[in-house]
Write a new protein. Sequence first.
Length: 304
Amino acid sequence: MLNPFQAIKKIEARRFTALPPKLRKKRRTAWSDPNRQLAPVDSFLEGPSFDRKGNLWCVDIPFGRIFRISPKGEWDLVTQYDGWPNGLKFHKDGHAYIADYKRGLLKLNTKTGSIEPVLETAFSEGFKGLNDLHFADNGDLYFTDQGQSGIADPSGRVWRLRANGELQRLVSNAPSPNGITLNKSNSQVYVAITRAQQIWRLPLMAGGTPSKTGVAIQLSGGHAGPDGIEMDAEDGLVVCHLGVGIWRFDSNCLPTHLVHAGSEHRLMTNIAFNGKTLYITDSINGEILTADMPVAGKELFSMK
């Protein structure tokens, strides 16, 4: 268990594939104006997730697009709709669930490309703006409701949609809840709290009620805070730290590895494991990167 503080092993990310030119058209949008400071964009990739056939799926927030990328790096536009998809995760039944900033929680039929609402409101109140999501092994769906919350407005929320359809609010005072995952035993929820530069840990009691929520990791530096997160098979936590790289912390939440992009300007926002290979959305460049990690990702609900 002793770590304080071992030398950090560095891993350089490499380019796997890029959004083809035919799918790019740079312009300002209603999403990019407030979120990218009026800069025109041709894409902003997020929400990487693998299906059972080894295809990588991701979303394009400002243009409401869902892409499927083959193991060879070939891109297919599955659907485009009026929304701002942010997170995407697969259910074991093959459907993809989408945390959409504009429209709430959605479900995608991956065969037809059709999208239907799952939750557009919470108890008749609109969401602030959904960000990311994660399935527990029993089918419960955890998701973050970030909106424009931050240190001056710590009103972000974390929700759980039970497999039986019951909606529960777990957190209501988070300054920008972003990525979310669970440990292997499903006894602890981890949430990236972007504007506080923190990872929160929510221990779950036997009935699922959070108790003694606390800060598991305190970050610093970069130009924001943590974004996408995921657990590996040894209960290590992998964290996208905007403007820094991607940290791997061991099961005691101590740092062991850092994925970096050398001198290149990259915005590594979210991640998905395929074995020991970590796939990374480089959102600002419209690319997918990969990195060889020391431990494989944990087995997800969609693959069980």
